[in-house]
Design a binder for this molecule. Structure first.
Ligand code: ADP
Ligand code: UDP
Length: 236
């Protein structure tokens, strides 16, 4: 598959057209950002680690019947995907209290939640990805009622599947973010699943094994991502 014009350069990935108008190449770069792009750095090996990690997770989800955009690995830092018409919202599920919800409610991180919490955020760095509800998603025409229900259902199913997979690896899936897009009339899981977009804590020590290591200057960011991959049995 030929990589053609660069279509979009995001904070961590670059999206290229291909000779097939229905397919894209996504390149995972070593660039890392936090706080809506306010803090940036280059972390050697992160692009390759996340590309391979995402491929393994997407393939496992597909095997469980979750429809995704992922087609195949093309190289160490590149993957072929279906070109989606992206819904401009982030779908977050939380199993433990952390991050922006801990801040919003003024409670300590780590609290166990009595049930998973699903949240929508509007994808806009300029507005700092504001917290929204499903009425906003429908009222602004970002997605239909059916699409809202599909995003919620798939995200919660991914949570059930991955919570279990991480638990077997001795890791707590604290929270994560997914993005969806339309393809031939269906809503598919797009973007990526990697330690850049979730919180993962060692089940025994509660050590952070995700992007919070970068946000909080804890060091060993890529090493932690690779440790997660090793425990999950993902070949890097
Ligand atoms: P950001 O845009 O937040 O800086 P990235 O650097 O990860 O994020 O850029 C990847 C971009 O590609 C995101 O805007 C994401 O919504 C988009 N994207 C992911 N998967 C697809 C897809 N299959 N088709 C079209 N766009 C996609
Ligand atoms: N997240 C993400 N991209 C974003 C915002 C959040 O991948 O633009 C992930 C984040 O890594 C965490 C989850 O979504 O795993 C919930 O994030 P939260 O709302 O707590 O925001 P944060 O404080 O991480 O910015």
């Amino acid at each position: 598959m030929d990589k053609r014009a660069e279509l979009y350069r995001g904070k961590a990935k670059t999206v290229f057209a291909t000779d097939d108008p229905t397919r894209l190449v996504i390149e995972y770069r070593d660039d890392t950002s936090a706080f809506d792009g306010a803090k940036v750095a280059q972390l050697a090996g992160k692009g390759e680690t996340n590309n391979r990690f995402n491929a393994a997770v997407m393939q496992r989800l597909a095997a469980e019947g979750v429809e995704t955009h992922f087609e195949k690995l093309l190289g160490p830092t590149t993957s072929l995907v279906k070109k989606l018409d992206m819904v401009p919202v982030e779908c977050v599920v939380r199993n433990r209290l952390a991050g922006s919800l801990a801040k919003r409610l003024g409670r300590d991180e780590g609290e166990e939640l009595k049930q998973p919490v699903f949240e929508f955020f509007y994808k806009s760095d300029a507005l700092h990805d504001p917290f929204i509800n499903d009425d906003h998603v429908r009222a602004f025409g970002w997605a239909t009622n059916l699409e809202v229900e599909v995003m919620r259902t798939i995200t919660l199913r991914v949570n059930t599947l991955l919570k279990e997979a991480f638990a077997h690896a001795g890791i707590l899936l604290v929270d994560f973010k997914l993005e969806f897009g339309r393809f031939e009339g269906r809503l598919l899981l797009g973007d990526e699943f990697s330690p850049d977009g979730c919180r993962l804590w060692d089940a025994k020590t509660l050590e952070k094994l995700d992007k919070d290591r970068f946000r909080r200057d804890l060091g060993g960011v890529v090493e932690a991502y690779q440790e997660v991959a090793r425990r999950l049995g993902v070949a890097l």
